[in-house]
Design a protein around this ligand. Sequence first.
Ligand code: HEM
Ligand code: NAG
Ligand code: NAG
Length: 324
Amino acid sequence: MASLNFFFKLAFLGCFIFGVAKGQGLKVGYYKEKCPNLEYIVKGIISQVIRRDPTLAAPLLRMQFHDCFVRGCDGSVLLESRNKQSEKDAFPNLSLRGFEVIDQVKAAVEKACPNVVSCADILTIVARDVTFQIMGPHWEVELGRKDGKVSILNEALTQLIPPSANINALIQGFKNRGLSVKDLVVLSGSHTIGISHCSSFGNRLYNFTGRNDADPTLDPNYVVELKRKCPPGDQNSIVEMDPGSSLKFDVSYFTLVSKRRGLFESDAALLNNKETRDYLTYQSIKYGPTFFKDFGDSMVKMGRIGVVTGKYAGEIRKVCTRVN
Ligand code: HEM
Ligand SMILES: *[C@@H]1O[C@H](CO)[C@@H](O)[C@H](O)[C@H]1NC(C)=O
Ligand SMILES: CC(=O)N[C@H]1CO[C@H](CO)[C@@H](O)[C@@H]1O
C-alpha cells in the first residue's frame, strides 16, 4: 500500500512538472459558436505569410513543440517579461522566430471575436496551417485551451530535450508527457524542414570523443560537407536540416536518418531502438506510406500535453506576449 501510494505521488509529480497528454476539455470545433470564422481567418493570414516568407513555416511549427514541452500547451512560450526571464529568453529559444506572426494572427482574431480565443489555441492552429502550406498533411485541431500566466526561463533550459539526447533520454522525455515511442519518431520527422545553427551539432564534427574525431555514427562524407559549412567554433552559421528540400514538408528526413545523415545526435539516436528504427526504414521505402497521417495524429496528441481547460482555469490573453 505504501509503495502504491508512493507510485501515485510520483505519477502526480510527473503530471505536475510536465503535464501529460490527456487533453480533457479539448474538442474539434470548440469555437464553432463563439468564433465561427476562426480557422478561416488564421488560414488566410498564414497562407499569405508563408507565401511571402516560406522559411517562417519551420520555426512556427517548432514553436508549438516548445510551448507544449514546457509547462504544457498554455502559450507560455509567447510571454515576455520585463527582465528577460521568461521561456523566450532561454538559450534554446534564441532560434525561435515568427512571434510577430502570432501577434498578427491574434490581432485579427481579437477583431473578429474579442476575448474568446486563447493564444495557446492560436499556436495550435498556426502549427497545423504552416505545415499544410508547405505541402505537408492537414489534420483536425482540437481546441479549448486556456492561456497560462507563468513563463520561466529556467524551465525551458531544463525541460526542452537537448539535441545531444540519446535514445533513452528521448523516450523518457516523451513518456513523461504521455507521448509514445512512435510519437517520438513521427514528430522528429519535423526535421524534414527548417534549419539549424552549427552550435546545435558542431560537437559531432570536431573532437567528438576527445581524439580529434567526428561522431562515428555520422556518414563520413556528410562530415566533410558539414565541416565546410561549420568551421571549428562557428556558432552562428546555419545549415538546412534536409538539404535541398528544407522548405518542403516531405518524408526525406527518414531516408536521411537511415543513411546516417541525421543532423543531431537525437536524430541519429532513432537508429538505436528497434521500434524507431523499423519506423524509419518503413517510411524511407515507398515514399512514406503512413507518415502524413501519423504526423497529424501525433501533433494532436502533443497538443494535449498539460492543457489548461475549463471555465475557471487560466485566462484568454488579450495580447499573447503578456498576461491580462
Ligand atoms: C525529439 C526531440 C527534439 C530535439 C532534440 C530537437 C532539437 C532541435 C534543434 C537543436 C533544432 C535547431 C535549432 C537551431 O540550432 O536553430 C531544431 C529545429 C527544429 N525543430 Fe526540433 N527537436 C526535437 C523535436 C522536435 C519536434 C517534436 C518538432 C515539432 C513538432 C520539432 C520541430 C523543429 C523544426 C521545424 C525545426 C527547424 C526550425 C527552423 O527552421 O528555424 N522538433 N530542433
Ligand atoms: C580534444 O579533446 C581532448 C579531451 O577532452 C582534449 O584534451 C584536447 O585538447 C581536445 N583537442 C582540441 C583540438 O580541442
Ligand atoms: C537570436 C534571436 O532570434 N533571438 C530572439 C529570441 O527571442 C527574443 C524574444 O522574442 C527576441 O527578441 C530575440 O531576437
